[in-house]
Design a binder for this molecule. Sequence first.
Ligand code: FES
Ligand code: FES
Length: 230
Amino acid sequence: MPQPPQSPDRDDALHVTRRTVFQAGAAIAAAQAGRGAIAQPAPNPAATAPVPNAAMEMPPQRMPIELQINGKGYKLTVDTRTTLLDALRENLHLTGSKKGCDHGQCGACTVLVEGRRTNACLSLAVMHDGQQITTIEGLAKGEDLHPVQQAFIAHDGFQCGYCTPGQICSTVGMLNEVKLGMPSHATRDLGAPVALTDDEIRERMSGNLCRCSAYPNIVAAIKDAAGVRS
Ligand code: FES
Ligand code: FES
């Protein structure tokens, strides 16, 4: 079908160049930006004002305490957020207790508080004001090592030694628990005296990890210290 001839005027009206496309796009964008600016709600000063946080604004609280560590009294003033482990290591420079995880998962920080094994990284120093604390530094009597320390040496119950202070303090506390007849998850007969089997030892010491995996020797050392024949 033959096309009708187009007039020169219509040709001009449809003539689109790259320049006219860019110009049209820029004009549309400017119009939309202007409309958006008008549509934006005015900021609400109440909504944007900082919310006061009493806990964050409070200055650190410090508190004087006295800890009885290895039979000696230590007076110190600590930030109330200080853990017992940091008080021992950073304030009193008793660095035998180790910081492994700082989350209560490895047992490297185990000390005895009033004779009971405790993860010092999970306990605040101010909670122990006036209490008796035994660390690895306090187990030996002068030159005489504690029997558990001797047993760990005799059985090579360590390799790098990082977990060892915690292992030894935990063992001392654990053997005391056994002496008191406290059962564990592995105890079969709750009416009978606890038999310190390998399973009992492994269960009771499960909170003390050893990255060198010296576990067989640790178990042997504990049995030796407890006077259990293998
Ligand atoms: S450092 Fe305390 S449990 Fe690991
Ligand atoms: S001896 Fe190295 S972590 Fe236990």
